[in-house]
Design a protein around this ligand. Structure first.
Ligand SMILES: Nc1ncnc2c1ncn2[C@@H]1O[C@H](COP(=O)(O)OP(=O)(O)OP(=O)(O)O)[C@@H](O)[C@H]1O
Length: 263
């Protein structure tokens, strides 16, 4: 069986061992999953369970110790395989907002009109059009994350990898950015893997949530979130199904955090 015939993202038997202080640390053990084209998947798990390592492997920044993965390319056009959005420091300080958003397209030598159209479209989507000539030091944390998100979508990758992009924001900004992200995702239907520590955030955003165990990280359970879309935080919070899902995930995380303390 070849991986390329399966999901948009197919991961098979992925294991990662680091050497830390001359000791072997198994960060990930035998990770298997398949993600469909256009799916939004959140990964939740205790601190240190290997979430970032998994994302870095999928981004090509880290090599797995064993196992394999495949990201399926679309046939119609050449897209970069993945764009990544980090928690912080994702913007380049000496470039304006506009230059930051256009960066991936410029690096791929996209035609000028494509660069301008896509950059302006996503600047508009994240509400930064009138700030396009500012530099990152003139922006708030929320605005910087908007720049990162606009750049990731403007780059038109096969998949988006997001590593706790809203973790450093205050609650109000977080809610606004979550809804903005959902609106852009509804329009583009990109395949997204999103790491978070927030159960509420995972329920709001996800089609499926992967729950990871404490170290070594494995995927213990998948939770399907079949709440109707488009979603808004207020509706999600008031849906009676949400409380049950929250409790189930909370119990899992409590067990895993306890487990990691006992190690
Ligand atoms: N380059 C590295 N060298 C050695 N050990 C590493 C390296 N990168 C990660 N690790 C170890 O691998 C394990 C998983 O780390 P990772 O950052 O992927 O976890 P995480 O789930 O993203 O954590 P958090 O939720 O706290 O961000 C940890 O024990 C970490 O110390």
């Amino acid at each position: 069986m070849t991986l390329s015939h399966l999901g948009k993202i197919q991961v098979d038997g992925l294991t990662k061992v680091f050497i830390k202080n001359k000791e072997r640390v198994m960060a990930l053990e035998n990770i298997d999953f398949s993600i469909k084209d256009g799916e939004f998947v959140c990964i939740l798990g205790p601190s240190g369970c290997g979430k970032t390592t998994l994302l870095r492997i999928l981004a090509g920044l880290e090599k797995p110790s064993s196992g394999e993965f495949n990201i399926q390319s679309s046939e119609s056009a050449r897209h970069p395989l993945q764009s990544m959005v980090f928690q912080e420091q994702g913007v380049i300080p000496w470039m304006t907002v506009e230059e930051n958003v256009a960066l991936g397209l410029r690096m791929r030598h996209a035609p000028k009109k494509v660069i301008n159209d896509r950059t302006n479209h996503y600047l508009e989507k994240v509400g930064l059009s009138k700030y396009k000539n500012l530099y990152p030091k003139e922006l708030s944390g929320g605005m910087k994350q908007r720049v990162s998100i606009a750049r990731a979508f403007a780059n038109d990758p096969e998949i988006l990898l997001m590593d706790e992009p809203f973790a450093a924001l205050d609650e109000q900004n977080k809610f606004i950015l979550q809804e903005e992200l959902l609106a852009i995702w509804e329009e583009t239907k990109k395949t997204v893997i999103f790491i978070t520590h927030s159960i509420d955030e995972a329920i709001l955003l996800s089609d499926r949530i992967f729950l990871m165990t404490s170290q070594p990280g494995t995927i213990k359970e998948e939770v399907t979130i079949d709440l109707p879309r488009p979603r808004q935080m207020t509706q999600v919070r008031s849906d009676p199904k949400t409380a049950d899902i929250f409790l189930k995930i909370w119990t899992h995380l409590q067990d895993e955090v306890q487990e990691s303390r006992n190690q």
